[in-house]
Design a protein around this ligand. Sequence first.
Ligand code: NDP
Length: 292
Amino acid sequence: MSELILGKAISESIYTELRERIESLKSKGITPGLAVVLVGSDPASEVYVRMKGKKCEELGMHSVTMTLPENTTEEELLKKVEELNNDKSVHGFLVQLPLPPHIDEKKVIYAIDPKKDVDCFHPVNVGKMLIGEPEFLPATPAGVQQMLVRSGTETKGKHVVVVGRSNIVGKPMAAMMMQKGDGADSTVTVVHSRTKDLPSITRLADILIVAMGKPNFVTADMVKEGAVVIDVGTNRIDDPVKGSKLVGDVDFEGVKSKVSAISPVPGGVGPMTICMLMANTVAAAEKARVSR
Ligand code: NDP
């Protein structure tokens, strides 16, 4: 029987630790604050933004949700970013992506104060992470790393294969696993859509981290016996009974009996992303206190 690595349970234990840190900050008169800016009314983005606000409130954090109309200009959005950069009650904030096509996402991300960039998308923070001096860690890869650490998965000297090279998941994931230290020290290979004979490489993985956006792509023949598999993929597909359902990039049913541990979808990586965003916000509040 393979072990299930459940982000839901792991995130609960991290929230317990965060509550203590939040209480400690509050006892010193500081309430960690997270702001989320949403432009337009993309339904998936609205759900994420609501979830982030709800989690802040559950944790007793200060939460600001700024909803701006679809026709907001780039200049108006940059002004909001500047306001949040200067707002002392907001320790971290993010602008929910994707933005409407008339706004340059890069310009907006570059305008965020790196000390408040809790998504870790600003190039200064990406660079700091790469050289092993992180201000923050990007939420989804950090969540995966915590799942490995807290499930007792040894990463030192292990061959980690990351499937996918996006700026949000694959690239930072690979960069984090190759760092020196606990939960890392791995030998890392990254594969993508231009990789030749991908299964011959995924089969070498002691730890296989998949972030492709291709439902059930990774099948049992692509995985080494006894490997640990973390499935970041989140894909909604048709279901004859329920209408639709969420599945990962890994064929969970086919793969689970061959590996030593695997994360399911849903209930795997999903809950970790918001959890790590909250952790980054608490860390930002702690750092702001020290640097005052
Ligand atoms: P992107 O679409 O940005 O990147 C997908 C990556 O997979 C690309 O590098 C692409 O290669 C690679 N890829 C696609 N098809 C193949 C293939 N046939 N063979 C090999 N490689 C392939 O996606 P994201 O990284 O943003 O997201 C990946 C998945 O993770 C999605 O399902 C997304 O919903 C999910 N996700 C889940 C999160 C969570 O909180 N649980 C958070 C973020 C993402 P190439 O670069 O060559 O095109």
